[in-house]
Design a protein around this ligand. Structure first.
Ligand SMILES: CSC[C@@H](O)[C@@H](O)C(=O)COP(=O)(O)O
Length: 375
């Protein structure tokens, strides 16, 4: 995608030195577009934990480059295993992190230490390129859903509600749910996006709104609690979200609040679609509610809010009553029964084991490799 006409990806290797890794500091957006240069796996771990990089596919790709950075100093078997384990612990819910590290280990374990650095950059590049192609294809497979709604209401915009940030800066490029929206907008379909602000980290009002604005997509930021009301009044044609992990039976882990949107959509007969790349599938898990680890983040994120003053200063202020404790589960699980369907790079399917196996027949046998990567 691009920022003010300049093409960008969300992670890239420095073109001059050929090894350091660049990301956008997403904790600074939308107030400032700042690029960080990462040179050490500990900086990568910090970037993931502190959400300088975030979004399931992006944290996988950045972790892969983090492993390559580490191997430059020590390419031994022991370093390979310990750094992969360390990076795998940085965030628990998005399976893409473990998927990417498992793929790196699979590629690098058979390679002699002397050849590992080049192989690691090649494997990380392959993960990034795969994500770009995958996310582009997700948009293409989602586009007919928007076209069909547009055909039913000629001359009027298709109203899409989305949660969190699923755009190009949450992936390597294009995005997941937002890839569908970008491609619909680029195809000339009038769309309007209801952007959930997505408390407590405000990925919607900070990042999705910024992305959509830069791309010229009409949108409106709403409080997280407004979606049900809008659906009751016919103001939402479709809900499109991304996900951090989809289980074998089609349960969907995503940013906290997604489940409530799915319930409201179900009650109002609004289609609720989930866009995902193959790297988000966890075919080793059958029961999302019980088996997916839900990240618990600092209560401070809930008790405070960060914004920019009129004078241009970015400040964090306390909004909760002094002394009140907070709780901050960062994800929830939407049961498959509330999901209209899944949009993947291979096409669309129902959120069920049968639907997923139709698109991904290679998973007929249950894999175990994903959890292995973190051990
Ligand atoms: C890239 S789309 C799927 C998800 O990663 C996205 O919706 C999301 O929940 C991101 O959470 P975050 O905590 O900002 O990393």
């Amino acid at each position: 995608m691009n920022i003010d006409g300049v093409p960008h990806r969300s992670v890239w290797v420095d073109a001059e030195d050929g090894w350091s890794v660049h990301i956008f500091d997403q904790t600074r957006l939308p107030w400032a577009v700042e690029i960080l240069r990462l040179t050490h796996e500990d900086e990568v771990a910090h970037a993931i934990r502190s959400m300088q990089v975030r979004g399931a596919p992006l944290i996988g790709a950045v972790a892969a480059y983090g492993l390559a950075l580490a191997l430059r100093r020590d390419a031994s078997d022991a370093a390979l295993e310990s750094v992969a384990a360390m990076l795998g612990e940085t965030r628990p819910t998005a399976i893409n992190l473990r998927w990417a590290l498992a793929r790196m280990l699979e590629a690098l374990r058979p390679v002699a230490p002397a050849a590992r650095v080049a192989a690691a950059y090649a494997a990380a590049d392959a993960i990034a390129e795969d994500d770009v192609a995958t996310c582009r294809a997700i948009g293409q497979h989602g586009l007919p859903l928007i076209q069909a709604i547009a055909a039913r209401k000629p001359g009027k915009p298709v109203n899409i509600l989305t949660h969190c940030n699923t755009g190009w800066i949450a992936t390597v490029d294009y995005g997941t749910a937002l890839s569908v929206i970008y491609q619909a907008h680029d195809a000339g379909i009038p769309v309007h996006v209801w952007v959930d602000e997505t408390r407590p980290r405000n990925q919607g009002s900070n990042l999705t709104a910024w992305e959509l604005g830069k791309h010229g997509v009409p949108h409106t930021v709403i409080a997280d609690n407004a979606g049900g009301h809008l659906m009751q009044h016919g103001e939402v044609d479709i809900v499109l979200v991304g996900t951090d992990r989809v289980t074998r039976n089609g349960d969907v882990a995503n940013k906290i609040g997604t489940y409530l949107k799915a319930l409201a959509a179900h009650d109002n007969k609004v289609p609720f679609w989930v866009a995902l790349p193959h790297s988000t599938l966890d075919m080793s898990v059958r029961d999302g509610l019980r088996e997916i680890p839900i990240e618990e983040r600092a209560a401070e994120e809930v008790l405070t809010v960060t914004g920019r003053t009129e004078a241009g200063e970015v400040v964090t202020v306390r909004t909760a009553a002094p002394g009140s404790p907070g709780a901050n589960p960062a994800f929830d699980v939407t049961p498959a029964r509330l999901v209209t369907g899944l949009i993947t790079e291979r096409g669309r399917c129902e959120a069920s084991e049968a639907g997923l196996l139709r698109l991904y027949p290679e998973f007929v046998a249950e894999p175990e490799f994903v959890e292995e990567a973190a051990n």
